[in-house]
Design a protein around this ligand. Sequence first.
Ligand SMILES: NC(=O)c1ccc[n+]([C@@H]2O[C@H](COP(=O)([O-])OP(=O)(O)OC[C@H]3O[C@@H](n4cnc5c(N)ncnc54)[C@H](O)[C@@H]3O)[C@@H](O)[C@H]2O)c1
Length: 316
Amino acid sequence: MFDTYAVIGSGSIGNAWAIVFARAGKQVRLFDIAKERLELARTDILSRLELLKRHGLLAEEISAVVDRIDYFDTLEGAVLGADYVQECAPEKLELKCEIFQNLDALTETHVVLASSSSAITTSQFATNTKNNMRCLIVHPGNPPYLLPVAEVVPAPFTDPQIVDTVMENLRNVGMSPVLVKSETEGFVFNRLQGAILREAYCLVRDGVVSASDIDRIVTQGLARRWTVIGPFATSALNVQGGIKAHVSRMGAAYASMGALRGQNDPWTAELVEKVSDDIDQLFRVDEWHENVLKRDEALLELTKLIENNSAFDMGY
Ligand SMILES: NC(=O)c1ccc[n+]([C@@H]2O[C@H](COP(=O)([O-])OP(=O)(O)OC[C@H]3O[C@@H](n4cnc5c(N)ncnc54)[C@H](O)[C@@H]3O)[C@@H](O)[C@H]2O)c1
C-alpha cells in the first residue's frame, strides 16, 4: 500500500484530497505554486476537518490528521519520497503537460502520477511524457472526503498493473473507485451531469419551467431517490418486471424526447439485455416487492435526516 501521497495544487480539490489521504493515516506532502494559496490551505483544511469532527466523521483528534500534512513551496520537495502523486492544478492542457513532464523528471518510475482532471484526458497531457505508463486520471467528485466515488481513467499507454494498484489504494483510503474503460470526453460523472444540465437549459430557454424549479425537481425528487438507488435501479423498481418491463413501457417516450433534441441512440434489444443482465442481478425481478420496500425505507431515513439537517434554506 502507498504510505506517502504528494498533492500538487492546494485549491478546492487539492485540499480535499489531502484530507482524504491524511484521514486514512497517510503522510501528505502538499505543494502549490502560489505561496498565499498554500498558506490559505492550512486554515481551509483545518475548518473542513472541524466540520468532519463535529459530524463524527473523524476517528481521531483533528491535530493527528493535521500533523500528517506537510506543506512545500517546491515541486521537488513535495514529491520527495512520495509513492503516489495527485495533481490538482487548474484545468488547462498546457499546464498539465508541463507539470507531468516535471513530475516524470523528478520521480522514480514506480511512483504513480495521477491527475484530478475533469475532462482533459491522460492521452492529451501525457503522450509525450517519457515514462507515461504510470500516468492516469483519478477524477473525484467534489469534495472527495464526502463523495467517495472516484473515476479511474487510464490512457491506452497506462500499465494495467498500475491501474489495479491505484484502484486498490483508493479503496484503502476509503474511496469507491470506478474504472472508466475508455478516455471518453468528460468521463462518466460529467457526461451524466452534462446530460441533465443540457436538458435543464433547454427547458428554461423554452419557458417550460424556472431554473430554481428544476433544482427543486432534482433535490426533492430525482436526486433524493438517486441517493439510495441509481437511475437504472430506479427504472427497474418503477415498473414491476424490472429493466425490460420499464423499457417496454417507457422506452418509446424517452426515444421521442431524445429525438426532439436531435439525439438518436436507440435502446436496442441487445443493449437492454446487457443492462438487464447487470441490474436485474442486483434487483431481482422475483424480489421486486421487497426491494421497493427497502427503497422506501432508505428514502424515509434520508428524508428524516434532510428535514432535520438541511444547511440551505431554499424557500421550499
Ligand atoms: N472544483 C471541482 O468541483 C472539481 C471536481 C473534480 C475535479 N476537479 C479538477 O481538479 C483540478 C483542480 O481544480 P480546483 O477546483 O481545485 O482548482 P483551483 O483553482 O481551486 O485550485 C488550483 C490550484 O492549483 C494551483 N496551481 C496553479 N498552477 C500550479 C502549478 N504549476 N503547480 C502547482 N500548483 C499550481 C493554484 O495556485 C491553485 O491553488 C482541475 O483539473 C479540475 O478540473 C475539480
